[in-house]
Write a protein that binds this ligand. Structure first.
Ligand code: ATP
Length: 430
C-alpha cells in the first residue's frame, strides 16, 4: 500500500510503499541505513543484504544522496524511540540516480547555500520553515474569515506610493509613464471596505530597501487587513487576536517542525497571553531608563526594539507615534494633534516589528492637507480622496509581514531563510 511517512504509525507490521528521495545513506557491511524523505516527513529505512535479492541489494548499494526512489518495506516501531517508526526494506528502486549532490555534509557558508537555494530547500531545516510558513498563512486566512474579513486582491502595478518614495521600484509602463511595484495594498483595500465591510489582501509587496539587515527583503509577503467601523482600539484587539491565533495554530500543527528547529516552545506558549501596550512616549522613557540614547521623534531601531522586549514574555504594542515620522494616511490623535492613532507590534525574543497598523484619516480636508504637505501628486490620490467624499466611516487596518512572523515563530535568525526564494539588495538568483 502506498502511504506518506506520517501515516506509517497506523501501519505497524504492514508492508507499505513510499516514494521520495534518499536524504542520506549510512552503510555498515551488509546493512544499509537509508534516510528517506517524502515531502511529508523523514524516516529511516533499514536494508539488510540477507533479506534482499542480489538485484535489489545492488540498487541499494548504488543509490546516492538525493536520488529519487521507490521503497517498500514492513513498518516497525523504533526499538528505542517512542513515536518513531522504521521501514524494514523489502524492495527498493531508483527512479533517477543523482550524481555528486553539491550540498554535502560539510558546513557550507550562507552564500553557497543561497546560490543553491533550489536544492537547499530540501534540507530538514528548510523543510520545517516552509511548513511553518504555510501553517502561518493558513492560520491568518482562518482567523480573518472567522472575524468576517474576506480576501480582496490588490494590484501590484500601481501609479503611486503608499509607504514613502525612497523605497519604490520603478518600471516603464507602455505609454502611461512610470508604474511602481506595490509597497502595500492598503489604499486599495480601504476602497473595498465600503463594498464588503471587512477585507484583506495577502501577496507579495516590494520595497527597494538599501539596507542589509536580517529583517529586510526587497520582495516580501504582506497581509493587509482593513475594517470599516473599526477604531484604533478595535484594530489593536484584532491584531492581538490574529497573532495569538497564529501561535496556537503553529503549536498545534507544527510540533515536528518546531522540534527540528529547536524552537523554545515554552516561550511561544507564554506569548499567547494579553499583549503589553506602551505609548510611543512611554516607550521612549522606558528606553532611556534602559540606557538607550534614542531621541523623541526618532524611529525605533533594531537595538531599541530588542531592549524594550528583552524581558517581556508577550509581544509589545507601541501606539500613538509622532505624526512627523508616520505616513500621511494615519488619523491624528484627537487628544494630541502631534500624534497619530497607530501602532507597531514588536515580537518577543528579538523578533522585532511584525505589524504596522493605524486608524486611517477619514476627514477629507485633513487628508487633502496631508497629501499636499507631503508633496504627493494630487491627481494620483483623487480616487483615494473619493473614499472620504462618499460615505466615509471610521476605519482601521494593519499590515503584517509574513516573513517577519515566520522568522519569529520558527526562531530563524535571518529573514532570507523565511521565504522560498529571497530577494535582497544583493540577491536575485536563483
Ligand atoms: P521597518 O521599520 O522594520 O523597516 P516598516 O515600518 O517600514 O518596517 P510597515 O511599512 O509598517 O513597515 O510594513 C508593515 C509590516 O511589513 C512590518 O511590520 C513588517 O512586518 C513588514 N515589513 C516591512 N518592510 C519589510 C521588509 N523590507 N522586509 C520584510 N518585511 C517587511
Amino acid at each position: 500500500m502506498e502511504v506518506f511517512i506520517p501515516q506509517m504509525a497506523e501501519q505497524v507490521g504492514q508492508n507499505v510503499t513510499l516514494q521520495g528521495w534518499l536524504n542520506n545513506k549510512r552503510s555498515s557491511g551488509p546493512i544499509s541505513f537509508l534516510e528517506i524523505r517524502d515531502g511529508q516527513g523523514f524516516v529511516q529505512a533499514v536494508a539488510a543484504k540477507k533479506d534482499l535479492s542480489e538485484t535489489i541489494w545492488a540498487e541499494v548499494e548504488k543509490a546516492t544522496q538525493e536520488s529519487s526512489v521507490i521503497i517498500s518495506g514492513v513498518v516497525a516501531k523504533h526499538p528505542k524511540r517512542e513515536g518513531v517508526y522504521e521501514l524494514q526494506v523489502t524492495d527498493f528502486k531508483i527512479i533517477q540516480l543523482a550524481h555528486d549532490y553539491p550540498i554535502a555534509k560539510k558546513d557550507h557558508g550562507p552564500d553557497f547555500l543561497m546560490d543553491h537555494r533550489h536544492l537547499w530547500l530540501r534540507s530538514r531545516r528548510q523543510w520545517a520553515i516552509l511548513r511553518i510558513r504555510d501553517a502561518i498563512k493558513t492560520a491568518i486566512h482562518a482567523y480573518l474569515h472567522q472575524e468576517k474579513f474576506i480576501s480582496v486582491d490588490s494590484p501590484i502595478f500601481t501609479p503611486n506610493a503608499c509607504e514613502g518614495a525612497t523605497t519604490l521600484f520603478k518600471i516603464p509602463y507602455f505609454d502611461l509613464g512610470d508604474a511602481y511595484l506595490s509597497q502595500s495594498g492598503q489604499l486599495y483595500i480601504e476602497a473595498a471596505i465600503a463594498s464588503v465591510g471587512r477585507c484583506y489582501d495577502f501577496g507579495p509587496v516590494f520595497r527597494a530597501e538599501k539596507s542589509k539587515t536580517k529583517r529586510h527583503l526587497t520582495e516580501f509577503w504582506m497581509m493587509d487587513a482593513e475594517g470599516a467601523f473599526m477604531d484604533h482600539e478595535a484594530n489593536l484587539k484584532n491584531q492581538e487576536g490574529l497573532v495569538r491565533a497564529i501561535i496556537r495554530h503553529c503549536l498545534a500543527n507544527c510540533q515536528a517542525e518546531l522540534a527540528i528547529l529547536e524552537r523554545n516552545i515554552d516561550n511561544l506558549k507564554k506569548a499567547d497571553a494579553p499583549f503589553t501596550r506602551y505609548t510611543y512616549t512611554e516607550a521612549i522613557k522606558k528606553l532611556h531608563e534602559l540606557g538607550s540614547d534614542i531621541k523623541f521623534g526618532e524611529d525605533l531601531g533594531n537595538d531599541d526594539e530588542g531592549l524594550l522586549t528583552k524581558d517581556s514574555a508577550v509581544p509589545i504594542f507601541i501606539e500613538k507615534w509622532p505624526k512627523s515620522i508616520k505616513p500621511f494616511y494615519m488619523k491624528r490623535d484627537p487628544n494630541n494633534p502631534d500624534l497619530v492613532l497607530n501602532d507597531d507590534l514588536i515580537a518577543t525574543e528579538g523578533g522585532g516589528e511584525i505589524i504596522g497598523g493605524s486608524e486611517r484619516e477619514d476627514d477629507f480636508d485633513l487628508l487633502s492637507e496631508k497629501i499636499a504637505a507631503e508633496g504627493l501628486l494630487g491627481e494620483e490620490y483623487q480616487w483615494y480622496l473619493d473614499l472620504r467624499r462618499y460615505g466615509a466611516v471610521p476605519h482601521s487596518g494593519f499590515g503584517i509581514g509574513l516573513e517577519r512572523v515566520v522568522r519569529w515563530i520558527s526562531g530563524t535568525e535571518h529573514i532570507r531563510e523565511c521565504i522560498p526564494f529571497p530577494r535582497t539588495i544583493g540577491r536575485l538568483r536563483p
